[in-house]
Design a protein around this ligand. Structure first.
Ligand code: UTP
Length: 495
């Protein structure tokens, strides 16, 4: 083990080579624990990469590369056409077989900071369901639990955290007895962090310090999950369990089908390396990435980057030509993740730049510094640039990739933004709008069993209905329990 002075000497050299020596400016004032913390952070960063990114993404603004040939991506429809029914039947039974054989793992990315929601704990601890307020981690755990019983199998669950929320996440699982799952089948691992780089004044081009003994770090984006699967050894763990397919979902969507036999089977039948679910967009500018074929490769082009002349294009029947919105649900082959780690370009997913307000100290005085960029610099978005990679940027690296259309009510009730003050669901993608969608889906499932549902004049469900995934992860599962004949207006129901 190198001593602190040895580590300090090495860090001095590393930082000097990339003009970031300021990171150790307050080192002499720190105690040993603080020195260790700062040096550990510095040692964990690829500084030559940061130096390149500062040139390309901070001191210069990267030019937007829009591929020359952009076409809509082909897609398996939600309901198969007549000549596709056999293929869908085959796919579903293959998916079920893979699940039963223990070849499928669930993977949830939960390393984000959840800044928009403003919840002072990992987002997975947020109470999400309409009646019991089951936390997001609990909802996904219940889904996995039910799927394990339904298919008489083990579905290991990999949960990616970040160093900033790892311990509170693990503690939450322990406090909740892993929500009834076997602890050895739940694997938590953290993703890597990236330093925020100053954009204004003397801080321009410098890695910011959150305080004298810590860089201002943030997780490296959900694209970091592919590398973290390898560096954490999760991939080896998967292989030792016979897992060949990874079902990738985010933490913030309580209606997501964590394990979907049809999607798994469509992906596996076509020997795809990484596949995606899509939703038809509600309009040309809905804030979802767009699935396209760019130069013949499956690609997601962010909503802000798709040129208007394409975004607004329509088919002869008036529907949007680019209609496939990304909702961050993927199937990924284990072999594909492994191949990425050994490919000559490594995990070279492109870094996206985001201007953010990052709390930091003044690098000259050590006093807290303003985190607003607009004051004296003309920079409107923030005082810093953060770098993130996005998991969908791995799609163009695939030889095969399929897209499957899902249904909005069925599996998209994201929680991104805080509720409005009156708790009404008028904030998009808020806890209130998610709870309403959860009740709406539950009502739909109950209606398939002829249960009467109370509705307002606008068609909204006039009740809070929560179906625990432990009871049902698909409408048919409800056949196994006693159901009420009808739900009363305004009632709160838990099944
Ligand atoms: P979002 O892009 O919605 O970010 O993440 P967020 O961190 O949850 O929320 P904001 O933007 O700060 O308000 C989508 C999913 O990707 C995960 C999140 O945990 C969420 O499940 N994610 C995001 C990571 O795991 N790591 C990251 O670095 C970023």
């Amino acid at each position: 083990m190198p001593t602190l002075p040895e580590r300090h000497a090495a860090a001095v050299q590393t930082l000097a080579a990339v003009d970031q020596s300021h990171a150790l400016k307050f080192y002499d004032e720190l105690d040993d624990a603080q020195r260790d913390q700062l040096l550990t952070q510095i040692e964990g960063i690829d500084w030559p990469e940061i130096a390149r990114l500062i040139q390309s993404h901070v001191l210069n603004t990267p030019s937007l590369h829009i591929p020359t040939n952009i076409d809509p991506a082909p897609c398996y429809p939600h309901v198969p056409a007549d000549d596709q029914t056999d293929h869908y039947t085959k796919a579903k039974s293959l998916g079920e077989k893979l699940i039963r054989n223990g070849n499928v793992a669930a993977f949830t990315v939960a390393g984000g900071q959840g800044t928009r929601l403003g919840w002072d704990a990992p987002k997975g601890t947020f109470p999400a369901t309409p009646v019991t307020g089951r936390p997001l981690f609990g909802v996904l755990a219940d889904y996995i639990n039910k799927a394990q019983k339904k298919y008489n199998t083990v579905i290991p669950w990999y949960v990616m955290t970040s160093p900033a929320n790892h311990q509170p996440t693990v503690d939450f699982f322990k406090e909740n007895d892993f929500f009834g799952l076997a602890p050895n089948n739940v694997i938590h691992f953290p993703q890597a962090m990236m330093p925020a780089i100053g954009l204004t004044g003397d801080n321009r081009g410098k890695a910011l310090l959150a305080n004298k003994h810590s860089l201002a770090l943030s997780p490296n984006g959900h694209g970091g999950s592919l590398k973290a699967l390898n560096t954490s050894d999760a991939i080896n763990d998967m292989k030792s369990r016979g897992v060949t397919q990874i079902s990738y979902t985010q933490i913030d969507n309580p209606t997501v089908h964590v394990i979907d036999p049809l999607f798994i089977g469509l992906h596996a039948l076509d020997n795809a390396q990484m596949s995606s679910k899509m939703l038809p967009k509600t309009g040309p500018k809905e804030k979802l990435g767009n699935f396209c074929l760019a130069d013949n490769k499956m690609t997601v082009i962010e909503y802000s980057d798709l040129p208007d002349e394409l975004a607004f294009q329509t088919n002869p029947d008036g529907s949007l030509r680019f209609r496939a919105g990304s909702i961050a649900i993927h199937m990924i082959q284990v072999a594909f993740v492994e191949d990425l780690s050994t490919s000559p370009t490594g995990f070279a997913l492109p870094f996206h730049r985001a201007e953010k307000k990052v709390p930091c100290i003044d690098l000259n005085t050590g006093a807290p510094a303003a985190s607003k960029g607009a004051d004296n610099s003309g920079v409107s978005g923030g005082n810093a640039v953060k770098f993130e990679t996005f998991v969908f940027d791995a799609l163009p690296l695939c030889d095969n990739s399929i897209l499957y259309e899902t249904d909005r009510v069925e599996e998209f009730a994201p929680i991104k933004n805080a509720d409005t003050e009156d708790g009404q669901p008028d904030a998009t993608d808020s806890p209130a709008s998610s709870k309403q969608l959860q009740s709406q889906r539950a009502a739909r499932w109950l209606q398939t069993h002829n249960i009467t549902i109370p509705r307002n004049a606008d068609g909204q469900v006039n009740a809070k209905i929560e179906i625990s995934p432990l009871t049902a992860i698909a409408p048919d599962d409800l056949a196994a329990i006693d159901l009420p004949k009808e739900i009363n207006p305004g009632e709160s129901v838990v099944l």
